[in-house]
Design a protein around this ligand. Sequence first.
Ligand code: FES
Length: 162
Amino acid sequence: MLKDKYAERIEKIFSKYQDKRSAVMPLLYLAQEEYGWLPEESFSEIGELCDIDPTQVKSIAGFYTMYSEKPKGKYWLQVCTDLPCALRGADQFHADLKEYLGVEEGGTTEDGLFTVEHVMCLAACDKAPMLQCNFHYMENLDMEQMKAFIEEKRAEAAKGDQ
Ligand code: FES
């Protein structure tokens, strides 16, 4: 339960807002950090914490692409394919990335490491192709860089398994 495990952090989050319902978004981030995604019970937990209905929490989560209601890979790769990025080759980059990882849009690799999906503008239009990996921006990318990144993460995961 979030409220037991993160009592201090939750208190700190609430202290930044005048009312509890305003803390929904940072609490969604906290839940996503804990579970890796937002399972149904996280909406009930947050609803209870904020004194609002879980369906309201779920509707907020559903509105934003930074929240996921499906399990994701360890590395959540969100590629911007909005128009300005598309003009700098983002569509091809997105397609090549999916092909290299062997996944469809929104899919996760069998080893559970990578999820790829496209998103709208991330406000780094002049640095396309770009993506955010677990909310960290990676910019001016090409597939050689991505292959190196992917293989590095695979190697780290393999070491961790030993
Ligand atoms: S259009 Fe891709 S970051 Fe703005």
